[in-house]
Design a protein around this ligand. Structure first.
Ligand SMILES: [Zn+2]
Length: 626
């Protein structure tokens, strides 16, 4: 990673006699605080001398992304991304070094030597960003124009928008006409073909010339989390126009399934409250911010997607979907339930009371009531349960109730079948299901076992049958964990997370090696599941465990093992520890047998045999056991 930009710089300096480029680079780095820079996109927590957070460059549940403030570098132990502030911006914005340098220089108010940032070196992305920025100022000018903007300003005022909000969101206008934007003097620098790539112009059907995409609309610039305009949304000004809201098409800058409106302004409060609310339209976002509820964003004409979650999870632990009263349709709720099950983030749903829109709600009840609405929002699963139950009221037959329960289970089944249900959540989710439905853990297990594939060969042996093969009675030991405990814990935890390691591990570890009773039982069940049903999917496996204590233990061990960074080595150490412990145990057993033997005359052969065994052990301590 780091060599990348070094090469660029070396190439730069060799081509040029201008020495100031390297100086500028150092000045930019010196003026940039990497912790502050990264905090704009990642919620960082102090951990000793460093900061840690969830890596923005790969999916993870536990933070492995480290920022070192004294050395001013970042490093992810998960995906190995690392480097300086330049590297971070290059990865974050997917730009070349030169553009990362420009970004950081601008942020630090440092003027770069012309040579280093010449137009030819500025990528297409940079040009598109500039075109968007220019277009936004054109739209703002139209809205501010005494004549052209009068009707639109009146509309905004009637809707309750304040001047400060209009300015903060850079709301603009494009009047009626085919080429108000592309013919505007401010856009002279940008050829129509470029504007077409930017999603601002279209080619005429006749093939000669271009026309504006946005015509006669109120314009809401869509900015990325770093406040750069990457697209536009336009609300119609004339009743008969369609659609009501029009967004930029997908462009090299803009993907609507990844982008959320208002994130740049919302980011600060989202990080502070660890909560983000998602509403349905730009106007709701602007109004919420105007009232001080600034942790509010909107998806752009699409339901929440996994990519949105990936973006938002970096800032928030809790995502509240705010639906208009009638809009929380079955499919939207089911989708929320699925995402809630699959992703380690709390997804809650709130609906507006009394058929109000969020902006009407704010005007009527104010910001505190809005915050309370978010705080009291039910998690998606609970919301789903309430929804199916509320429909039962006038139709309470047993069949209807059964149907309602099936309806409730449907998205859960879909999510578990996808095999992506977050293992750590499954225990908690099952508890919620028990609470909602009144079914027992066993009944719920049965219900979800039906969703799973049948065992591939033969009937699984009962745990008792498997355990009968194994020596030494397990114990239930109290007190802080010792080396033996840790070895057993790591092995089980790692196998739960990475079942593909089982084949190898089971050659070295016997079920009898687990000395703790609960862990022995868990190991027995795991070995059994692996032998008869193939590689374990954790949440499916949990469904097979009847005892809640075992479920809890499995989740706990899996979670502990997720913190491990050196899995291979830990597994090796733990396996070796168990081997040594078992050897010692067997040796003690042999010695005890030897001690007993003098009392039993006529068994000399056995005694010699035992001695020989002890000697062999001493010679080959690591002999592979059968
Ligand atoms: Zn990473």
């Amino acid at each position: 990673m780091s060599s990348n930009w070094i090469e660029v710089c070396l190439a730069e300096s060799s081509r040029s006699s201008e020495p100031s480029f390297g100086d500028a680079r150092s000045r930019v780095l010196q003026a940039t605080d990497i912790v502050q820079l990264i905090s704009q996109t990642v919620a960082l927590k102090r951990a000793g001398r460093n900061y840690i957070g969830l890596c923005p460059f790969h999916q993870e549940k536990t933070p492995s992304f480290n920022v070192n403030p004294s050395k001013q570098y970042f490093r992810c132990f998960g995906c190995k991304a690392s480097g300086t502030a330049f590297d971070f911006v290059m990865l974050r914005d997917r730009v070349e070094f030169i553009d990362a340098m420009k970004t950081l220089a601008a942020a630090a108010n440092i003027e770069l030597p012309r040579h280093g940032v010449s137009k030819e070196k500025t990528g297409e992305k940079q040009l598109l960003l500039e075109a968007h920025s220019a277009a936004a100022s054109v739209f703002e000018k139209y809205l501010a124009d005494p004549q052209i903007g009068a009707a639109a300003r009146e509309y905004l005022e009637k809707r309750g928008f304040e001047a400060s909000a209009i300015q903060a969101f850079q709301i603009g206008l494009v009047p009626d006409g085919w080429d108000n934007l592309i013919r505007h003097p401010l856009m002279k620098k940008y050829p129509p073909a470029l504007l077409a790539t930017a999603g601002l112009a279209k080619t005429r059907d006749t093939g000669d010339g271009h026309y504006d995409v946005f015509r006669n609309r109120l314009i809401f610039p869509i900015r990325d989390e770093n406040a750069r305009i990457i697209a536009f949304g336009g609300r119609k000004m004339r009743e008969e126009d369609n659609p009501k809201y029009l967004n930029s098409p997908e462009t090299p800058l803009f993907s609507k399934s990844r982008c959320v409106f208002g994130l740049d302004l919302a980011r600060k409060r989202i990080v502070e409250t660890r909560t983000v609310a998602i509403v349905e339209g730009y106007t709701d976002v602007v109004m919420a911010h105007q009232y001080g509820c600034t942790n509010v964003v909107a998806t752009l004409g699409t339901a929440m997607k996994e990519q949105h979650l990936t973006v938002l999870r970096r800032f928030a632990d809790r995502i509240v979907l705010l639906f208009d009263a009638d809009a929380a349709g079955d499919s939207a709720v089911d989708r929320a339930v699925e995402l809630f099950l699959i992703h380690p983030v709390e997804i809650a749903i709130a609906t507006m009371p009394d058929g109000l829109d969020p902006d009407e709600f704010l005007m009527k009840f104010g910001a505190d009531a809005f915050d309370a609405l978010l705080a009291n929002a039910a998690d998606a699963l609970t919301y789903k349960w309430k929804q199916v139950m509320s429909r039962l009221k006038d139709n309470e037959g047993l069949t209807a109730r059964q149907e309602a329960v099936e309806n409730y289970f449907a998205p859960i089944a879909a999510a578990t079948k996808s095999g992506k249900v977050d293992s750590i959540r499954w225990g908690a989710i099952r508890l919620r299901m028990e609470k909602h439905t009144g079914l027992t853990a066993n009944e719920i297990n049965q219900r979800f076992r039906k969703e799973q594939t049948k065992p591939k060969f033969g009937q699984p042996r009962t745990p008792a049958e498997v355990a009968a093969d194994e020596p030494s009675q397990p114990v239930r030991r109290k007190g802080p964990p010792n080396a033996q405990d840790r070895a057993e814990q790591w092995i089980l935890g790692i196998l739960l997370n990475e079942p593909n390691r089982w084949q190898k591990v089971q050659q070295d570890v016997r079920l009898g090696d687990f000395q703790d009773a609960d862990r022995r039982e868990l190991a027995v069940r795991l070995w059994d599941h692996q032998r008869h049903e193939g590689e374990t999917v954790l949440n499916e496996f949990l469904g097979f465990l009847e005892r809640p204590e075992l479920v809890e233990l499995a989740i706990d061990l899996s979670q502990q093992a997720e913190q491990l960074t050196e899995i291979e080595q830990t597994l090796k150490d733990a396996t070796e520890h168990l081997k040594r412990a078992q050897n010692k145990l067997e040796e003690r057993q042999l010695v005890a047998d030897l001690r007993r033997s003098p009392d039993q005359p006529g068994e000399k052969v056995d005694e010699v045999d035992l001695l020989r065994q002890l000697q062999e052990r001493a010679r080959k301590p690591d002999l592979k056991r059968v």
